[in-house]
Write a protein that binds this ligand. Sequence first.
Ligand code: RTP
Ligand code: MG
Length: 141
Amino acid sequence: MATERTLSIIKPDAVAKNAIGEIIARFEKAGLKVVAAKMLHLSDEQAGGFYAEHKERPFFKDLVGFMTSGPVVVQVLEGDDAIAKNRDLMGATNPKEAAPGTIRADFAETIDANAVHGSDSPASAEREVAYFFSADEIHSR
Ligand code: RTP
Ligand code: MG
C-alpha cells in the first residue's frame, strides 16, 4: 500500500461540540498521522474556493454559510492508503446513512453539518493540501 497524504477538516459543528480530540484520536488509532494542523475561521472566499467543484449545486450557498459559521481545524493526515482510510473513518455524507461507528454516525445529525471533510481522490488531496498548507508547514514523520 502506498503512503499517501489527505486533507481533513473538522467542521464548525464538531468544533462547537468540543469533539476535536475524539475525532483526531480516531485518525491516530487507525494509523494515520497528523503531519500538519491549524485552526482557521474561513472567509466566504476561502470556503467557496475550497468547494469550487460544487459551485453550481443547489446546496453551495448553504455549504459556504455553514463552513464559515465558526472555526474549523484543517489537518494533513499521512499513512498507508490515507485517502480511502479517512473516507472510511468518516462514513457516508449523510450521517443518517453513515455506518455505525463512523465519525459522521457518531458526531453528526444532518447532511449540512456533518462533522468532517476528507479529500475524495489523489487529485483532490493534492489540490486541497496545497490549498491550506505550504510545504514547510507539513512535517512528514
Ligand atoms: P466533504 O467534501 O465535505 O468531505 O463531503 P462529501 O465528499 O462526503 O460530499 P460532497 O458531495 O463533496 O459534498 C460536500 C458537502 O456538501 C453538502 N451536501 N449537501 N443537500 C445535499 O444534497 C448535499 N449534498 C452534499 C454536505 O455537507 C457535504 O459534506
Ligand atoms: Mg467532497
